[in-house]
Every structure is written in structure tokens, then in C-alpha cells.
Ligand binder design. Structure first.
Ligand SMILES: [Zn+2]
Length: 75
């Protein structure tokens, strides 16, 4: 009866490890998708490349900082 309990506990541990691995495995492609979709855009003022999510939009133009957006406007 003792041996049966040990096998049951080991089976439970293996099951938990498999569930954790599945959860970790499924969350990895999600984070990879975010970095892959990080489209690079060029600052219309200084020409530096920045991720689109970090850029400051102004119409159809993109800027690296708010200061460059204002500097480009005042030209
Ligand atoms: Zn810039």
C-alpha cells in the first residue's frame, strides 16, 4: 500500500511538471510574437531607426522623440 502511495505522488509530480512546461511553452511564442512584430521606423528629423511602438507619430511621419517632432514642425 505504501508503494502505491509513492507511485501516486510521483505521478502527481510528473503531471504538475508537464502542466508547468505546457504553460511556459505556450507563453514563449506570445512574447516572441511581440518582439518580431516590432516594426522599425525612421525618425523624419534625425533619421535614426526606432521601434514603431516607441516612435512619436505626427501625421504619416514618425519621430524618435517629442522634441524632434517639435523641432521638425518649427522648420
Ligand atoms: Zn530624431
Amino acid at each position: 500500500m505504501y508503494l502505491f502511495r509513492v507511485i501516486l505522488i510521483i505521478a502527481a509530480i510528473v503531471l504538475i511538471v508537464l502542466i508547468i512546461r505546457k504553460l511556459v511553452g505556450s507563453s514563449r511564442p506570445a512574447t516572441r510574437r511581440v518582439t518580431d512584430s516590432g516594426h522599425m521606423v525612421q525618425c523624419a528629423h534625425c533619421g535614426i531607426y526606432i521601434p514603431e511602438s516607441d516612435s512619436v507619430p505626427d501625421g504619416d511621419r514618425r519621430f524618435c522623440t517629442e522634441a524632434h517632432k517639435l523641432a521638425h514642425r518649427s522648420k
